[in-house]
Design a protein around this ligand. Structure first.
Ligand SMILES: Nc1nc2c(ncn2[C@@H]2O[C@H](COP(=O)(O)OP(=O)(O)OP(=O)(O)O)[C@@H](O)[C@H]2O)c(=O)[nH]1
Ligand SMILES: [Mg+2]
Length: 466
């Protein structure tokens, strides 16, 4: 088989093949062929495909020459009505390693090569079947582990995020059209560039883009909401991790300083993906390994979207400044552990620096603690990721970078506009160029503008077969 890892260049006219289903033993495996030779190759392997209607499955033997390899369904599509926009043939055979290998080799005996990572989607983008954000949405949909992730990815696949970026690009183009009028009529440059409608339009668009940059929920839902459990040694942090995950993930003992590494576990809380991190108990220590654990614990607390502070209620201590400074307003739950060992009433919340934090007092070693803690955490998680369940949010760093670039170019344009009439030469041309830069930055997100490099970066993270 030819190498699978980008050793050859991307050539759009090639016919490509890959296993579209997972490479594990399964009832069915789908091998997908795309490109000008798809039908001829498909027909040579499965003769039942000859003369078959498009998008109609036919049953037949899969053969290489006279040798029978497998039997199953074959289905063909004609350009442009296919996923890639090219001729496509799918062979639905049995999902065994040797079967798949044999059929792939039979396909590769023709003028066909293995697809590069993401090449099917890349062709779909190049053939105008979907934009880049939709392709990213498709990758996210395949990777989605929770329901909110699935919904967000599906919305992006349906083009909602692409439409949002297209809307912004169109807004820039409208501004550009106004500025270009000043290039054609230099005498009116000052008038055009200082027109209130133009300035207002610029400010409005920049405000919208600034707001979009501030969105966190999209990326948090895609990458997982970070929840950290912190507290003093022996407080019951690892007991809480095990309770929430329902598994014996971390070692629990009555020796203070048991946990030293960060122990993480994925959780689905109300459809939101949560990365839960148990950490080393925070205390001053001479032990270098424990000290490193404490440093990492602090880092987790600082990066957390939701913080759980576990406090041993038997110690009857005040919350020290070390912990007070870690608290995130609205996103911190304080758990008073070992409530079974003390005889007192706990307030439902405590106030630190004028901010109220909910308190749950429990016995972490009893299962019923779960039902008291989860609702509070669910509420906080939903508050952090909530927006993502209904709007098309920026989900990747790439989206934010493009918006930042556009904002920079628009800021530049505004500065230029302010100079109109004060300079000797014309500034309209420069302002127009800034606006074109802004439009290009925004357009690179959908793939409408930009180079092959952008495509390389996006699709290199895809798997083969997508
Ligand atoms: N009675 C009672 N015991 C608890 C409770 N929570 C934890 N424990 C016990 O307290 C001890 C310490 O629990 P851990 O979960 O290991 O504490 P930790 O905070 O992870 O400790 P370090 O890893 O050392 O920082 C264990 O013996 C637990 O069984 C509780 O609510 N009630
Ligand atoms: Mg522990």
């Amino acid at each position: 088989m030819p190498p699978m890892n980008g050793t050859f260049d991307y050539i759009a006219g090639d016919t490509i093949v890959a296993l579209a289903t997972a490479p594990v033993a399964a009832g069915v495996a789908i091998i997908r062929i795309s490109g000008p030779e798809a039908w001829s190759v498909g027909e040579s392997i499965c003769s039942a495909l000859k003369g078959a209607s498009v998008r109609r499955a036919v049953w037949g033997k899969f053969k290489f020459g006279s040798e029978e390899l497998d039997e199953g369904l074959a289905m063909g599509f004609r350009a442009p009505a296919s996923f890639t926009g090219e001729d496509v043939v799918e062979l639905h055979g049995h999902g065994g390693k040797a079967v798949v290998q044999a059929v792939l080799e039979a396909v590769l005996a023709h003028v066909v090569r293995m697809a590069l990572p993401g090449e099917f989607s890349r062709r779909a983008v190049l053939n105008g079947k979907m934009d880049l954000t939709a392709a990213e949405g498709l990758a996210d949909l395949i990777a989605a582990q929770t329901d909110v992730q699935r919904r967000q990815a599906l919305r992006q696949l349906d083009g909602a995020l692409g439409e949002r970026f297209e809307g912004w690009r169109t807004a820039v183009m409208h501004l550009l059209a106004q500025v270009e009028a000043a290039i054609d009529f230099p005498d009116e440059e000052l008038e055009v560039l200082s027109a209130p409608a133009l300035t207002k339009g610029m400010h409005q668009l920049m405000g919208t883009l600034q707001d979009a940059l501030g969105e966190q929920a999209g990326a948090r839902v895609r990458d997982g909401i970070a929840m950290a459990i912190v507290g003093k040694p022996n407080a019951g942090k690892s007991t809480l991790l095990n309770l929430l995950t329902g598994r014996d993930v971390a070692i629990v003992s009555d020796i203070a300083g048991t946990t030293r590494d960060v122990v993480t576990s994925m959780l689905d809380i109300g459809g939101f993906p949560v990365t839960l991190a148990d950490t080393a108990g925070m205390r001053a220590t001479k032990d270098v390994i424990e000290a490193e654990g404490v440093r990492r614990a602090r880092l987790q607390a600082q990066r957390a979207d939701v913080l759980v502070l576990v406090v041993d209620s038997t110690l009857g201590e005040e919350l020290g400044p070390d912990f007070a400074e870690l608290l995130l307003p609205g996103r911190t739950l304080i758990i008073m552990s070992k409530a079974d060992r003390v005889d007192m009433d706990f307030p439902p919340q405590i106030t630190v620096d004028g901010v109220e934090y909910p308190v749950v007092a429990v016995n972490l070693t009893e299962a019923e603690a779960f039902g008291r803690i989860l609702p509070v955490l669910s509420r906080m998680v939903a508050a952090v990721g909530g927006e993502a369940s209904e709007s098309a949010l920026l989900t990747r760093q790439r989206h934010k970078q493009a918006v930042e670039e556009a904002l920079k170019a628009l800021g530049q344009a505004l500065k230029g506009m302010a100079r109109a009439g004060t300079d000797d030469g014309s500034v309209a041309e420069l302002v127009a160029q800034d606006l074109r830069d802004a439009a290009a930055a925004i357009g690179s997100v959908t793939g409408r503008t930009g180079s092959e490099d952008v495509l390389d970066v996006v699709f290199s993270t895809f798997c083969i077969g997508k």
